[in-house]
Ligand binder design. Structure first.
Ligand SMILES: *Cc1c(COP(=O)(O)O)cnc(C)c1O
Length: 385
């Protein structure tokens, strides 16, 4: 194809073998752990599940790489397996990391608990303030780690500027693109060296698998795969099958989730019971202009605060009929949660106060239900407060 195909086309066709094995349209699950040696096979060509070299794993890696137009990809046993293998590959003892000051809880805890014993140092920087980054860089700085969209306030990192800063300073640029998904942003196109995902969320999309992936520069992805081989976080072909199946519908799912989040955000913003709505698609969001220029869609995640505080939140949760009260995100079903007691429970009240996460903040992950039904459900629930 001459033109760059739509992400929908890529999601369906990327990595597919045509014809597939035995003519199958669906790439089968090669559940075997090991395959026959071939003449002259080098050690790293051995086909073994832990090495992520079996046919189902290679098929999935091809699909993932093409999805973000990366040179290479590797699937991992979870998002945290992707993040830990990436940091362990890029950083050595003595290296320094620039890292966004709002991070997924697991990533923040990984650094807090393991940087010391691995000999890494790191400095938190504001991913919305590029003018502050140079002052935080040291001669030991090796890499810069950010998330496209922050949790739970959905702030938009200046990712274009991160990629450029890293290019100019010789740093490895790493971005967690879980919240945006490749439908709304493909950071490799901005020049990121490595993109990580919790595929448990949008890529899988059905709340029924745990997986992750690393996509990007072939030499770096090779190192991540080698690290993962030794730390043991490869993805089982069975879960990989579910993931590749989920990816085929990524485009239609995420666009519906974008639509639903926009509809709910707009509705909530107009209600007297609602004190504040955090959604980058709303014109009053601090990153709206940047997000509008950067993203193909504003995403399926939003958060909000109620005038009535925590009591009202509990009443709202009781009254809502469609959303499940549950942590995690990115599934076809809408989920609603209080970050202070779920995703951000472990960071402590001080940290939450510093980054502006009130205890009564509500986070919503929109599913693919009808937008009108979600809005109607919020309307009936709010009217009961
Ligand atoms: C969930 C999540 C992770 C961790 O992924 P797991 O699959 O649970 O290991 C990392 N980053 C972000 C942004 C996430 O939402």
């Amino acid at each position: 194809m001459v033109q760059q195909p739509a992400i929908d086309t890529t999601a369906v066709h990327a990595g597919e073998r045509r014809p597939g094995p035995e003519g199958s349209l669906v790439f089968p699950i090669y559940q075997g752990t090991v395959f026959q040696s071939r003449p002259g096979e080098a050690y790293d060509e051995i086909q073994y599940v832990r090495m992520s070299t079996t046919p189902s794993q290679q098929y999935l890696a091809d699909k993932l790489a093409e999805l973000e137009q990366g040179e290479a990809a590797v699937a991992t046993a979870s998002g945290m397996a992707a993040i830990s293998a990436t940091l362990l590959s890029v950083l050595r003892a003595g290296d320094h990391l620039l890292v966004a000051n709002v991070l997924y809880g697991g990533t923040a805890s990984l650094l807090a608990k393991f940087a010391d014993r691995l000999g890494w140092t790191y400095t938190f920087v504001d991913p919305q303030a590029p003018e502050t980054w140079e002052a935080a860089r040291t001669p030991q700085t090796k890499a810069f780690y950010v998330e496209t969209l922050s949790n739970p306030l959905i702030r938009v990192s200046r990712v274009r500027e991160v990629a450029e800063f890293c290019r100019n300073s010789g740093l490895v640029s790493i971005v967690d693109n879980t919240f945006a998904s490749p439908v709304n942003l493909r950071p490799t196109q901005l020049g990121f060296d490595l993109v990580v995902h919790s595929a448990t969320k949008y890529l899988g999309g059905h709340s029924d698998l745990v997986a992750g992936c690393v996509i990007g520069r072939a030499d770096l992805v090779d190192q991540v795969r080698a690290t993962q081989n030794l730390f043991g976080g490869s993805l089982d072909p069975h879960a990989g099958f579910l993931l590749s199946r989920g990816i085929k519908t990524l485009g239609v799912r995420v666009r519906q989730q974008n639509t639903n989040a926009a509809a709910v955000a707009e509705f909530l913003a107009g209600r007297p019971e609602v004190a504040k709505v955090h959604y980058p698609g709303l014109p009053n969001h601090p990153d709206h202009a940047y997000a509008a220029e950067l993203l193909d869609g504003f995403g399926g995640m939003l958060s909000f605060e109620l005038v009535g505080g925590e009591q009202a939140v509990d009443a709202l949760f009781d009254a809502l009929q469609l959303p499940y009260v549950a942590p995690s995100l990115g599934g076809v079903e809408t989920t609603i949660t209080k970050p202070a007691v779920t995703s951000h429970a472990s960071v402590g009240a001080d940290h939450r106060a510093r980054v502006g996460i009130p205890d009564d903040l509500v986070r919503l992950s929109c599913g693919i239900e009808g937008a009108d039904d979600l809005v109607a459900d919020f309307e009936q629930a709010l009217s009961k407060l």
